[in-house]
Write a protein that binds this ligand. Sequence first.
Ligand code: PMP
Length: 364
Amino acid sequence: MTWPPIREELRGLQPYGAPQLDVPVQLNTNENPYGPSDACADDIATAVRAAATTLNRYPDREHVELRTALAAYLSKDTPHGVTAEQVWAANGSNEVMLQLLQAFGGPGRTAMSFAPTYSMYPEYARDASTAWVQGRRAEDFSLDLDAAREAVERERPSVVLLPSPNNPTGTALPPDAVGLLCKAAGDDGIVVVDEAYGEFRRTGVPSALELLPEHRNLVVTRTMSKAFAAAGLRLGYLAADPAICDAIRVVRLPYHLSAVTQATALAALRHAPELLGRVDELRAERDRTVGWLRAQGLTVADSDANFALFGTFGDRHAVWQGLLERGVLIREVGPDGWLRVSIGTAHEMDAFKDALSQVMEEQA
Ligand code: PMP
């Protein structure tokens, strides 16, 4: 018996995570490059100061004030509105999804998605002792709806994870995908539309939030880590039928959201217009970056997110390494030969383009 006596299926595994390196241009984890203003930071500090006076007490376990504020924020994206009873929050959408797997997955049950997709999904399933089944996306990374429906009908998953836009490809779901797959999953499964990058979608692409009244098995997850420019806060949330929130309540740890997190998130939400103020600019920078990469003769996946997947390279690691040597950190992720770059400031994207031109020239 090897030591420590870790679960058999975890033995020898490496923890998930992108390298955290101190380099001048960090374009590897799809963060928003713009930090909060002094006014916003001051407001957060005041809110945390107030919360500190009652730190001897546990926080509001049901985080009602925060759920109410998140519901108001989400209501802008659907004509049907969202209520606090439909919202649940946790420490990052990662924790929200783990809680979903804990409540709806488990031994004898299956979770599924369509590759290439977010590499944490199989880890949530594994951690919740849930079988993992992966379908494939089409060559252009879109979802083949007929094949996806057939896969869901065949596998009868308890949880279907559908990111829109998808990571690492940036692909948004076609409008009819969500309804179709919610129907295919039926009352045996929930369909989680992961809108971590939802705010970056191109105009005309609706949020799955609009479909909540039609499908009680639909869950839409969001995060404050990306467009909301608050990755350090660790706040993710979902909107779904209140019965789904009640199911999560059974598995969540008591007081999982600290008083400091709740106060910070509420203060950040009061500054939503500022924190989200650069989304249009980042979208435009994304489209410019995609155009530039294509002009270099590279293949680039259509992106509705704040990153672009591009390639293909015979030795992608050498390209990644060449960029790093020039102070630009991107992500070696996705299918073989592809690389992913997050969209930073115009200045950072210039540094990326200069470095990539040099590396490609060197390797030509
Ligand atoms: N979903 C997707 C598709 C992601 O790319 C990420 C972060 N990279 C997450 C969820 C989790 O984000 P967070 O826990 O910061 O909310």
